[in-house]
Design a protein around this ligand. Structure first.
Ligand code: KIV
Ligand code: ZN
Length: 528
């Protein structure tokens, strides 16, 4: 069904499916739930919560989100076969509003090299998949994967057939980020001219960013009549990523006079949601990223600063407050009370439960003892870490390091185990961080491969807190740890231990490796 308001653009968020599928962005089930709740607060219309057939873990996460997240339509992805569709339906059915999203590739390249199927077989499988999904669920979306490289005539034939079979939304993905704004608008124009019944469905876009055109292509399709945009927070996703939600939402808002369209996004939630995702995944937003990058509203040059002082509209087309960036220069310190902290947290756009506020208040007091002044960045970092304490068997009680230029560095760690053991262990290495990591590996009996290690300061100033993010590989799975500390070596050791704790905790609950939508995984069953 088309949207009752023709000027309303549906925002379909796929951060938890297409975004989570990309390397370095995997999330644990509690992290997915936390993000899904934030997406609901942000005002997205549809949450694609996952690909339930990929693994039992994915199925469970989708079901939890369907049961616990209120507001948006909860959607599950399925290939065109009964088993996938059943799994998607059983995972989403408890959400008051739910959708099955069925996909099948249609381009010649995919037909020949991936699926080994002829056009008539694709057509038949697509129709049968949609018909079966429709027998379970009224709201069915169909995606002809690689639509932008599909012969237009064949694409129109498939789209007509799936509409006839009951699809209510038809999404035409630019799966490999190949199209251009003009070409993509022409594709939608062609479908509108050649597909019977197209006025009865919502047309959707789904763009990847391989040539850096995902947002431009999505907006061009919207201009040509599409009314659903599939996108992700911070633009995370396969390869170069997906269309960025915050950029599309702010483009439609800022240029409303041009597009004449609007979304249901609460734009003041954009920045907090972006920060939440980067804290959860450890994938930092580039400083110059539009809308949510650290420099997005910074004015450095003298001429710009002069203009801004005269009137902000000289160099600013959006206000930082519009996207939820309401930083101040006000500082809190060790004499600030719980009320002042709660108010500042609220001003920064975060809502905390009483238990989380207590935890943040304790951390705040501890930090204020070390650091005289606490800035907004410090408080935000404490808030974002509030729900993040991974339970694990080991805790770091003490750390000693020594490093002199020209000499081998060393570290000693004292770790306490939940079972009561306390172990002290030393190691040498190439610098104090390497030594501390080796000592931790030795005590915990867990050797890992370090994939990435980053440290950044969360505010300005010599006594700023450092945030360390560590990504390690163990048995071909990656694990992440993150920690904050005014001493970056301690932050690094805590982050590394958090990753090891996750390995130790998940050993007994081993879950199959995340199934990717790889070439051979898109098969359709002979008898869907
Ligand atoms: O990029 C793509 O084609 C997809 C589909 C599954 C919609 O992610
Ligand atoms: Zn995609």
């Amino acid at each position: 069904m088309p949207t009752p308001d023709p000027t309303r653009v549906i925002i379909f968020d796929t951060t938890l499916r297409d975004g989570e599928q990309s390397p370095g962005c995997s999330m644990t089930p509690p992290e997915k739930l936390r993000l899904a709740k934030a997406l609901a607060d942000l005002g997205v219309d549809v949450i694609e919560a996952g690909f339930p057939a990929a693994s039992q873990g994915d199925w469970e996460s989708v079901q939890t989100i369907a049961r616990e997240v209120h507001g948006p339509i909860i959607c599950g992805l399925a290939r065109c076969n009964r088993d996938d569709i059943d799994k998607a339906y059983s995972a989403i059915k408890d959400a008051p509003r739910h959708r099955i999203h069925v996909f099948l590739a249609t381009s010649a390249i995919h037909r020949e090299h991936k699926l080994n199927m002829a056009k008539n077989e694709i057509l038949k499988a697509a129709v049968e998949g949609v018909r079966y999904a429709k027998s379970l669920c009224a709201d069915v979306e169909f995606s002809p994967e690689d639509a932008s490289r599909t012969e237009l005539e064949f694409l129109a034939e498939v789209v007509s057939a799936v509409i006839e079979a009951g699809a209510t939304t038809v999404n035409c993905p630019d799966t490999v980020g190949y199209t251009t704004p003009i070409e993509y608008a022409e594709l939608f124009g062609y479908l509108k001219q050649h597909v019977k019944g197209i006025e009865n469905v919502v047309l959707s876009v789904h763009c990847h960013d391989d040539l850096g055109m995902a947002v431009a292509n999505s907006l061009s399709a919207v201009h040509a009549g599409a009314r659903q945009v599939e996108c992700t927070i911070n633009g995370i996703g396969e390869r170069a990523g997906n269309c960025s939600l915050e950029e599309v939402a702010m483009a439609l808002k800022t240029r409303e006079g041009f597009y004449g369209l609007h979304t249901g996004i609460q734009t003041t939630r954009l920045y907090p949601t972006s920060r939440l995702l980067s804290t959860i995944t450890g994938m930092m937003v580039p400083r110059n990223k539009a809308i949510v990058g650290e420099n997005a509203f910074a004015h450095e040059s003298g001429i710009h600063q002069h203009g801004m002082l005269k009137h902000h509209s000289t160099y600013e087309i959006m206000r930082p407050q519009d996207v939820g960036l309401s930083r101040t220069n006000l500082v809190l310190g060790k004499h600030s009370g719980r009320h002042a902290l709660r108010d500042r947290i609220k001003d920064l756009g975060y809502e905390l439960s009483e238990a989380d506020l207590n935890r943040v208040f304790t951390d705040f007091k501890a930090l204020a003892d070390k650091k005289k002044e606490l800035f907004d960045g410090d408080i935000e970092a404490l808030v974002l870490r509030a729900g993040e304490h991974a339970e694990g068997p080991w805790a770091l009680e003490a750390l000693w390091t020594s490093a002199t230029s020209g000499a081998i560095a060393s570290a000693v760690v004292r770790l306490a185990h939940k079972d009561g053991r306390v172990v002290e262990q030393g190691a040498t290495g190439d610098g104090p961080v390497d030594s501390a990591f080796k000592a931790i590996e030795s005590v915990t009996g867990t050797a890992v491969k370090l994939r990435s290690y980053e440290v950044r300061s969360v505010t300005e100033g010599e006594d700023a807190q450092g945030e360390a993010i560590v990504n390690v590989l163990y048995n071909e799975r990656s694990y992440r740890g993150a920690a904050l500390h005014t001493n970056i070596i301690e932050a690094s050791a805590h982050a590394f231990l958090e990753a090891i704790n996750q390995i130790l905790s998940s050993r007994s609950l081993a879950r199959p490796a995340h199934a990717q939508l790889s070439a051979d995984s898109n098969s359709v069953q002979a008898n869907p």
